[in-house]
Every structure is written in structure tokens, then in C-alpha cells.
Design a protein around this ligand. Structure first.
Ligand code: DGL
Length: 263
């Protein structure tokens, strides 16, 4: 039974995952951590990503949690195994549940994956997808320009966003991709732009996929009072705007800053 879980991300984008968890588990208590002092993780080495993730886990475990959800695509794809080995709590990443949903939607056998450079370089989605179906064609594309565009408030129908998305979606258009895994916390914000370019492709929101997976695992078996505590490691410039882009229902002034655990 889940009563209180931790959710962490390299920054505030993980709110797109937390919102899906809240939808499925309204009573669950959650503690969110966004490591804004050290974001972005997506262009860093595996060693650095794992070191940062360890710090994030250590902070969250102060709260006496039943499980931790790694909302960050970059940490989920690069560091999940060490975290699972080193910490005495179940750790869920976003890869396997998204891969399962994508594979189930791949009638013509082609799945696309987009993520940060580190996510795509890890090959984690390919491995998860091929473990489900070795014949799948998996097309991966790093999309490093999308995180800064989203964070700078560029709307999905802005011509600049459309141009960048068109360039990134080209390989998936050529391959007639059945399902596209939005393998980074920020990409749900641009879901409509991707969908316009790939009208036949099913967009896989990794937060939705994980929330549904956890519903199957735990059913209605959750306690708690539906409270969420929010922490970040820095109030970065444009903090309030970034929070609102990711989830309009979160009050930025309720988010506390905590830094004493940073390595
Ligand atoms: N949260 C990261 C992810 O989902 C994106 C931002 C970053 O590069 O840290 O991969």
C-alpha cells in the first residue's frame, strides 16, 4: 500500500509527471524535488547524472517514503539500476511503462523515441522496447532545443517552435511511426505541435503511462491525505513562469528551497 511517495526531477518539468500521478492517486501524499540549481541534466555524463540523482534520493528519503518516482527521463534512462541497488525503497522510472504502451500501439512495428541527448545516448528505450518485441523498429532522436524553448515560454504554435519540431519530427514522418514516446518531462507541453506534424502517430505521455502502470500495481490501495510538498534547490530566474508552464494549478509561492544535501 502506498501512502506517501517521493517524485524527483532535474528541475520543474517533472510536474508534468506529478500531475498524472495526482489524477490517478488523488489521496496519495507526495514530496516533489526539482534540482533547479543543477538543471539541465540532459547534456551531462552518466557519472554526473547518477551522482546528482543520488543526492536527490538522499534528500527525499528524509521523508519516510513508500516509493520514489523518477520523473526525469534523463535519470530514468541512465541511473535507475544504481539507485535501485543503493537505496532501500522501491524506485520507479518512466521507461518501462512507456515502452509497454508504445509497443502495444505499434501495429506497423515502428516506435519513435525523443528525449535529451543523454536519454537517447543511453539506449534505454531501445532495450526496453526490444525486450518486449525484438522485431520493432525503434527510431530515436535527441531534441535538445525543446527544453529551452518550453522554458522560455515559446508556445507550441509559435513559428519558431513549429520550425524546430518539424525538423525533429522528420525521421518519424519518413518511417510512418505508430507511437512516439515523449521521453522528457517538458515534451507534453509541445504534444499538440508533435501531433500536428504526425497526425497518425499515438503520442505516449510517460507520466500517463507510469500512472496507469502504478494503478495496475497498487489498484485503489493508497492512503494519505492528498497533500503535496514541493522543494527545489534554487529559485531560478523566471521561476514562477516556468512552474505555470508545467502545471498551472501549482502555486509557485508554496515551493520551498532546500540545498543542504547538495554534494
Ligand atoms: N527533466 C529532464 C528530462 O526529462 C529534462 C531537463 C534536463 O535536461 O535536465 O530528461
Amino acid at each position: 500500500m502506498l501512502q506517501r511517495i517521493g517524485v524527483f526531477d532535474s528541475g520543474i518539468g517533472g510536474l508534468t509527471v506529478l500531475r498524472e500521478l495526482r489524477r490517478v492517486f488523488p489521496a496519495l501524499d507526495m514530496v516533489y524535488l526539482g534540482d533547479l540549481a543543477r538543471v539541465p541534466y540532459g547534456g551531462r555524463s552518466v557519472e554526473t547524472i547518477t551522482r546528482y540523482a543520488r543526492d536527490d534520493m538522499r534528500f527525499l528519503l528524509r521523508f519516510g517514503l513508500d516509493a520514489v518516482v523518477v520523473a526525469c527521463g534523463t535519470v530514468s534512462s541512465n541511473s535507475l539500476e544504481p539507485l535501485r541497488k543503493e537505496f532501500p525503497v522501491p524506485v520507479y522510472g518512466v521507461i518501462d511503462s512507456a515502452a509497454r504502451l508504445a509497443e502495444a500501439s505499434a501495429d506497423a512495428g515502428a516506435v519513435g523515441v525523443i528525449g535529451t541527448r543523454a536519454t537517447v545516448a543511453s539506449g534505454a528505450y531501445e532495450r526496453a522496447l526490444h525486450a518486449l518485441n525484438p522485431r520493432l523498429r525503434v527510431i530515436s532522436q535527441a531534441c535538445p532545443l525543446i527544453v529551452p524553448l518550453v522554458e522560455n515560454g515559446v508556445a507550441p504554435d509559435d513559428p519558431v517552435a513549429e520550425l524546430v519540431c518539424a525538423r525533429y519530427m522528420e525521421p518519424f514522418r519518413r518511417e510512418r511511426t505508430d507511437a512516439l514516446i515523449l521521453g522528457c518531462t517538458h515534451y507534453p507541453v509541445y504534444r499538440s505541435a508533435f501531433q500536428r506534424l504526425l497526425p497518425q502517430t499515438r503520442m505516449i505521455h510517460v507520466g500517463e503511462a507510469l500512472a496507469e502502470f502504478l494503478r495496475e500495481e497498487f489498484g485503489g490501495c493508497t492512503g494519505g491525505e492528498g497533500r503535496t510538498e514541493y522543494y527545489v534547490t534554487e529559485r531560478s530566474a523566471a521561476f514562477d513562469e516556468t512552474v505555470r508552464i508545467m502545471d498551472q494549478t501549482v502555486d509557485p509561492s508554496s515551493i520551498r528551497v532546500e540545498t543542504d544535501f547538495l554534494g
